[in-house]
Design a protein around this ligand. Sequence first.
Ligand code: HEC
Length: 396
Amino acid sequence: MDVFFGEWVSLLLRWFHVIAGIAWIGASFYFIWLDNHLTEPPDWKKKEGIGGDLWAVHGGGFYEVAKYKVGPKAMPKTLHWFMWEAYSTWISGMLLMVWIYYFGAQAYLVDPSIRELSTPAAIALGLGFIASGWLIYEVLCRTPLVASRWFTPVLLVLGTAYAYALVNTFSGRAAFIHMGALIGTIMSANVLIKIIPGQRKMVAAVARGEMPDPQPGLEGKQRSVHNNYFTLPVIFLMISNHYPMTYQPSYSWLILMAIIVITVVVRHYFNLSHRGIKRPILLVCASLAFIALAGLISWPGGSSQGVESDAALLTDEEGLVLVQDKCATCHAANTTDPMFPSAAAGVRLETMDEIERWASRIAHRTAVTRDMPFMNRTEMSDEQRQALVGWLKHRF
Ligand code: HEC
């Protein structure tokens, strides 16, 4: 297969996935915002069964939104549903993951320095993590635990176990993406098996001219709230690939969980503030925790390995050859690594000028995050990393 064809498929899937995801999360944020801003309606609306009232101005017009306590007396002619935003985000996300991580398993999914896995075994494990994680969540949601204050701590403990298992099975980036796929699957399944069926029951009751049973609606609402708290973590996980300092350290499972907790606290702050409850302390704590986390990761001895060495300094000739040898297989006008048909990330490392331009990023990614060479496909040793960084520091 033409490798460029693969790149185009990846571009189209990613593009579609991002657009669908914006539509989904946008609608989710909007409805949570609506719910939290409803005010008590005037009496004549209350008599109609309306429980909450809201006015807004947007795009050159006034909007009047009313939320019924349970349901309207008669079915409106047109009723809008929101489900395809979720389904299309999930479908395009899964296709994209399969395309990149499963078809390219030996480059993206399997990291032999973490675990040697055959492609079928790695794929089975990946899908197994996602399916089992979702199943555990679903079972928990059907126990009384879901309504207790222990639900969040239990989810966090389980999440930590999954994060630990994932980073000890797959490459760092694949582990983070799988955690994102697991949470995304839980969210879409919530829409598919709870939220939408609950709405169907309510709509059917209204169509029969009966008062709907509020229970399915309440259960749907509970899942909707879970989804709302999942949104910020899942978005971080989806963009985490660009930040190897988060997924590259051996304790990346802790970083992952710390970021999840921080983003959930941020979401909580906004949910409270929509309801008029101001708790800026939550934002302050989240920001301080984020700064502390960044500091810990960057602390020498954190993810960064000692780069000082007494090894003899490389000559310019040796430095250039080392980079061409270890990096230019993927970072060149004409690459030789079949997985990367064009210069990876658009970065070319073939001449002294190019190396100078990228010097600080080269040092960062070979010796601090240590995720270049990508999956160490060109087998760069620790001594070579130190020698390269020593030379770059001295030279540029
Ligand atoms: C097997 C292929 C491969 C090899 C070999 C490789 N890279 Fe990369 N490189 C990639 C890919 C893929 C990306 C884009 C993904 C990313 O940024 O994580 C990338 C991105 C980069 C970037 C740009 C992103 C940034 O940090 O700003 C730099 C710099 C980089 N690599 C440096 C290196 C250096 C230095 C070496 C050699 C020591 C190297 N790479 C070897 C595949 C490779």
